[in-house]
Write a protein that binds this ligand. Structure first.
Ligand SMILES: NC(=O)c1ccc[n+]([C@@H]2O[C@H](COP(=O)([O-])OP(=O)(O)OC[C@H]3O[C@@H](n4cnc5c(N)ncnc54)[C@H](OP(=O)(O)O)[C@@H]3O)[C@@H](O)[C@H]2O)c1
Length: 260
């Protein structure tokens, strides 16, 4: 029996990168999974790779910045699979630039997608989790949510907000047996997150620059995050809520003090 046998999970951003790996891992552990994002072709390809069994895999286009699309998709998942037990908010975007250069539009884009998006998903999902007697929510923050990174101020702020919002939610819903936990990854390669900043051809150089910051000797891959998300989604973590898990090969421990 898989760790998520009989469970129903919705994974935003499930067409690529971390979200796709999480959905595949959950499916392999017995869950029915629903993935969403804005690009239908990407989602269709991902769903095909996750599994061919239509009774346990579905996808739908949904933009987290559009409240009605969020509530419609949650309803569609519940109608199709019969309920909801697990929500993973992996959809997100990253932008770089100095704070002095940040525009109102940039702030809106990041906060709408990275903060209000997960909030909308939680708002729509929570009544369904309650109806099942509880559930698990896993939100993707970042090392950028607890370490200040120059030239990433708007992204850092959005991820910090994800962490605090999730911790408040954890307290508000603990009595409903709905757990809310947060994963804060360091650099995870094999995703599309940095593509809009560097272009796909510039991403390898970006990865190479950051790799050595992770004391354990490598950056992450989506499978690393999927294993942690599985633990948080399953009953293996049933006494854990409101926790921020740094998942970064020890990068959060790093200091700029030179070795003495
Ligand atoms: N990769 C890393 O190093 C890293 C580190 C720390 C934290 N994270 C966090 O991990 C999460 C997953 O990122 P990733 O690395 O897997 O990058 P990714 O491959 O770019 O995945 C992000 C996903 O979000 C979806 N998305 C973006 N905007 C959306 C919107 N408005 N509505 C619905 N879906 C939207 C994208 O699909 P569409 O474009 O088709 O909508 C995409 O599938 C993000 O929250 C990111 O901030 C990543």
């Amino acid at each position: 029996m898989g760790l998520l046998a009989g469970k129903i999970a919705l994974v935003t951003g499930g067409g690529t990168g971390i979200g796709k790996a999480i959905a595949a891992r959950f499916h392999a552990e017995g869950a029915a999974v629903a993935i969403c994002g804005r690009r239908k072709d990407v989602l269709a390809a991902a769903a095909g790779q996750i599994g061919s069994d239509e009774s346990r895999v579905m996808y739908g286009t949904m933009d987290v910045t559009r409240p009605e699309q969020v509530s419609d998709f949650v309803t569609e998942v519940v109608e199709r699979f019969g309920g909801l037990d697990v929500l993973v908010n992996s959809a997100g975007i990253m932008r770089f630039g100095a704070l002095t250069d940040a525009t109102d539009e940039l702030w809106s884009e990041l906060l709408e997608t990275n903060v209000l998006g997960p909030w909308r998903l939680m708002r729509s999902a929570v009544p369904h989790l309650r109806a099942r007697g509880g559930g698990s929510i896993v939100n993707l923050s970042s090392i950028a949510g607890h370490k200040s990174l120059p030239n990433a101020g708007v992204y850092c702020t959005s991820k910090s907000a994800v962490t605090m919002m999730s911790q408040v939610a954890a307290l508000e819903w603990a009595g409903d047996r709905i757990r809310v936990n947060i994963i804060a990854p360091g650099l995870v390669e094999e995703t599309e997150l940095a593509d809009p900043i560097f272009g796909p051809e510039g991403v390898p150089a970006f990865y190479a620059k950051l790799r050595d910051l992770h004391p354990i000797g490598r950056s992450g891959v989506p499978r690393d995050v999927a294993d942690t998300a599985l633990f948080l989604a399953s009953d293996q973590s049933s006494w854990m809520t409101g926790v921020v898990l740094p998942l970064d090969g020890g990068r959060h421990l790093a200091t700029n003090r030179p070795p003495i």
